[in-house]
Design a protein around this ligand. Structure first.
Ligand code: PEP
Ligand code: MG
Length: 605
């Protein structure tokens, strides 16, 4: 029998990672396997059993056909002995222990065939893996390989199903990607812990959007915990304690309470203006990933939506959302937020946001710098134009603005604007209403855009600095890397120089500058960005009130002076020390809602 949480001793373990989303949570954990297609623990009605067995048998036949074709191909192109590997695979398709027992289990347990097959193959593979004979041990891999081939057939063509959690749980995964996270029914997710991932990976951003505590970069979480273990997750400290002591549970419970109280206190700032003591207004807007989050933005009194990441409606779908489907989402947000502005960013697929229907087949070797975002949209007008039309159509219902991501060169901006013009004409011809003067902006998230900002600022209505990508490209540090998390710091003077250049270049043209990267949600970051002259900060709705609190307590002139000094410093550590020292009293107790960004105080491994 494999070890389960039921028969293992409850050994306390403390795992340390990166704080990814603030808050604390305690409860049972559930392990999610990212690399395999998701199968649900779905129960069947008695009348569905025969159909499920038929579906299972059809999947076996499809897998048999695939393997026979593969065998023939390998025989022709490589040789007889290599082709024989597939004979072993074909035998597994008739294996009674694996397939026969799965078929029986469908009838007796009345559950999804994919779920039962995966469970059976994992049990058998574990059993094989303990056999001393190396040859037999290796068969475990073959067995799982065949089982997954059948599982893929079973889930083929289905829209990826939501992952059901039957009780409130903390999700533990090796590397949860955003599309899997969007498949989770969030109702029962208490928090998220992953082996990989840095603080600005998109799963961390989504966790913050969903108000879920998260810790990334734990390295060995999936190797340490098992489904059902009781764990305590601290998204501010970046720790996961497996089987915490009574004392630890109590301490975490107290923290949970303190956090709740602090959030309540912040609520009194909701309707007050975001203005410094010496009268400088800095607009505070919300970043959202899902239309329902418009409510969160309104609940904290956001100026508007500063960044709507549209790619999240493309993730986890078997198809590209149609123009009508997109219109539904955009129109909902624009109407709900009206008359407040809503900045809709066009599809920024790629990096860690893979849209299967577009990119699944040919992943880039270096995905963050590959065929993605605006580069992909410009090459695929069949995908881009429907989105542009949907945004334009939504603009007839409120105050919409359009933002192009990952602009590295003014020609890309021009091409995107030309396609926007095409979309306009198409609507015009059909007499479909849209706002005639929708403001157009470009993201500054590639160093070339900041360096050549003059050209961009001249040709758009606003700029929005994406410090998440700008930091990774300026410092050459992968934003998703757990290993490099200590090197990834948007407070680096080089990144601040880019921000300063962008603000300066825009002033000449009267173009407004916003920051929508995660730095804006860090109280220390907000102070320095305000000091650099940024007009608007956009962040997770949950961070808005905390940032408002710090901005209302400082003088802009002080922030300006500090920002100028920061530009001259040697590194991010010095910048943070300067700001923390200078605004010590004002910053006290803050950073609780936004993530604890401080590298200096991050627990070492
Ligand atoms: C950024 O890069 O800072 C940004 C806001 O965009 P995203 O995080 O979606 O890449
Ligand atoms: Mg970006």
């Amino acid at each position: 029998m494999p070890a389960t949480s039921a028969n293992r001793p409850n050994v306390r373990r403390v795992l340390r990672g990166n704080p990814a989303a603030p808050g604390v949570a305690m409860g049972k954990c559930i392990l999610i396997h990212e690399e395999k297609p998701v199968v649900n623990d779905r129960s069947l009605e008695p009348h569905e059993v025969a159909g499920e067995i038929q579906r299972f048998d059809a999947a076996l036949e499809e897998a048999r056909k695939e393997l026979t074709d593969l065998r023939a191909k390998v025989l022709e192109e490589v040789g007889e002995s290599e082709a024989r590997v597939f004979d072993a695979h074909l035998l597994f398709l008739d294996d009674n222990e694996l397939m026969g027992n799965t078929r029986k289990a469908i009838a007796t347990e009345r559950k999804d065939a994919g779920f039962l097959l995966r469970r059976r193959s994992e049990e058998l593979a574990k059993r094989l893996a303990r056999i001393p004979d190396a040859y037999l041990r290796e068969r475990a891999t073959d067995l799982e390989d065949v089982a997954e081939r059948v599982v893929r057939q079973l889930v083929k063509g289905q829209r990826r199903r939501a992952i059901e959690l039957h009780e409130p749980s903390i999700v533990v995964a090796h590397n949860l990607n955003p599309s899997t996270l969007t498949q989770l029914r969030v109702r029962n997710v208490l928090g998220i812990a992953t082996d990989l991932g840095g603080p600005t990976s998109h799963v961390a951003i989504l966790a913050r959007a969903l108000h879920l505590p998260a810790v990334s970069g734990l390295a060995a979480a999936t190797g340490t915990v098992q489904t059902g273990d009781f764990v305590a997750l601290d998204g501010n400290a970046g720790t996961l304690v497996v089987h915490p002591t009574e004392k630890e549970r109590k301490a975490l419970g107290d923290r949970q309470e303190a956090l709740r109280k602090f959030e309540l206190e912040l609520f009194s700032l909701r309707d007050l203006p975001s203005v410094t003591m010496d009268g400088r207004t800095i607009l505070l807007s919300a970043n959202i990933e899902l239309p329902v989050e418009a409510e969160n933005a309104i609940s904290v009194g956001a100026h508007g939506i500063g960044l709507y990441r549209t790619e999240f409606i493309y993730l986890g779908q078997g198809h590209i959302p149609t123009e009508e489907e997109q219109l539904g989402a955009y129109r909902y947000i624009v109407e709900r937020m009206s008359p407040r502005p809503v900045i809709i960013r066009t599809l920024d697929a790629g990096g860690d946001k893979i849209v299967d229907a577009l990119q699944g087949a040919q992943p880039d070797q270096n995905p963050f710098m590959g065929w993605r975002s605006i580069r992909m949209c410009l090459e695929r007008p069949d995908v881009f134009l429907p989105q542009l039309r949907a945004i334009l159509r939504a603009s007839a219902h409120g105050n919409a603005r359009i933002l192009f991501p990952m602009i590295a060169d003014v020609h890309e901006l021009r091409e995107a604007k030309a396609l926007l013009e095409t979309a306009r004409k198409e609507l015009e011809e059909k007499g479909i209403p849209y706002a005639k003067n929708i403001p157009v902006g470009a993201m500054v998230e590639v160093p070339s855009a900041a360096i050549c900002v003059d050209a961009l600022a001249r040709e758009c209505d606003f700029l929005s600095i994406g410090t998440n990508d700008l930091t990774q490209f300026t410092l050459a540090v992968d934003r998703g890397s757990q290993r490099l998390a200590n090197l990834y710091d948007p407070l680096h003077p080089a990144v601040l120089q880019m921000v300063a250049m962008t603000v300066e270049g825009s002033r000449k043209h009267g173009t407004l500058v916003a920051v929508c990267g995660e730095l804006a949600s860090d109280p220390v970051g907000a102070v320095v960005l305000a000091g650099l002259g940024v007009d608007e900060l956009s962040m997770s709705p949950w961070a808005i009130l905390e940032v408002k609190k710090i901005l209302r307590s400082i003088n802009w002139q002080d922030a300006r002076e500090a920002a100028q000094q920061a530009l001259e410093l040697a590194g991010s550590r010095e910048v943070r020390a300067l700001l923390q020292d200078r605004f010590k009293r004002k910053l006290q107790g803050l950073g609780m809602v936004s993530r604890a960004l401080s590298r200096g105080t991050r627990p070492s491994k």
